[in-house]
Ligand binder design. Structure first.
Ligand code: PGA
Length: 249
């Protein structure tokens, strides 16, 4: 199925989404071992990361020459905090694969100067030759990374405020237990930053993402649904399960 430039793969289950996404990443790395891989946090990619780690253990892929950049980090949390995205990535993926720790990049949520931190991140992406493939999730409100509705199509890595719906979604017990503990701000790659990736894959599973997927695919190209701003990307594939696809026309 294709909507505009988007390629849409509807899979039977969340497990099938993880299998397809990890296969996609593994093939891309096999074709270019010195790969620059963009990554996301959240519940959705966890199974994909487990499959990537399994494949690495089985020697089907090596991350030894791969460099990674993560989308975002909570502002005010340092990487040792168990809810920081640096901690998440070490715990779910980096500690289980042969990647060199110094080739993994996550924005520093404890940086003294957030503007300098964000500018340096953009510079580092450029110095690495740009991102080859960015793996994304999607928020129930259509956000990609912490680019909440209204984020400009040309936005760059910056300090952003989280919407109440994102704070609520991240304090439902999967991550934070209460909304009061969720940081109100984050450092996030911009939509312009993400759109410059040569390839993009977006993963979505479950009925809670059906409205966001509908708006991203069938809705207008509009900052009202940040993920719709991927519609004109030359090489973007959505891997979604049947439940997330349920409202597509
Ligand atoms: P989730 O988050 O995978 O935990 O649903 C996705 C997102 O907010 O981008």
């Amino acid at each position: 199925m294709a909507a505009g430039n988007l390629k849409i793969q509807v899979l039977d289950s969340a497990d099938a989404v993880a299998a397809a996404a990890s296969e996609f990443v593994i093939k891309a790395i096999a074709a270019k071992p010195k790969f620059v891989l963009g990554l996301a946090t959240g519940s959705t990619p966890e199974k994909t990361y487990a499959k990537m780690a399994e494949a690495n253990k089985a020697k089907k892929v090596s991350f030894a020459k791969v460099t990674t950049f993560n989308l975002d980090e909570y502002w005010g949390l340092d990487g040792d905090h168990d809810q920081s995205y640096r901690y998440f990535m070490n715990d779910r993926l980096f500690n289980h694969i042969d990647i060199r720790p110094w080739n993994t990049n996550v924005l520093n949520g404890a940086a003294v100067n957030p503007m300098l931190e964000c500018a340096a991140y953009e510079q580092k992406i450029l110095a690495c030759g740009g991102v080859d493939l960015w793996l994304l999730g999607i928020g129930a409100n259509g956000h990609i990374a912490f680019n909440e509705p209204g984020s400009p199509v040309d936005s760059r890595t910056r300090l952003v405020s989280l919407t109440q719906s994102t704070i609520d979604a991240n304090s439902d017990g999967r991550f934070f237990k209460v909304a009061a503990d969720v940081p109100r701000c984050a450092l996030s790659a911009g939509i312009g930053t993400i759109r410059e990736s040569r390839q993009i894959i977006l993963l979505a599973t479950g009925a809670g993402k059906a409205d966001a997927i509908k708006a991203a695919v069938d809705g207008p190209f509009s900052p009202d649904c940040p993920a719709s701003l991927l519609q004109d990307h030359p090489d973007c594939t959505f891997f979604i399960d049947k439940e997330a696809a349920a409202k597509l026309s």
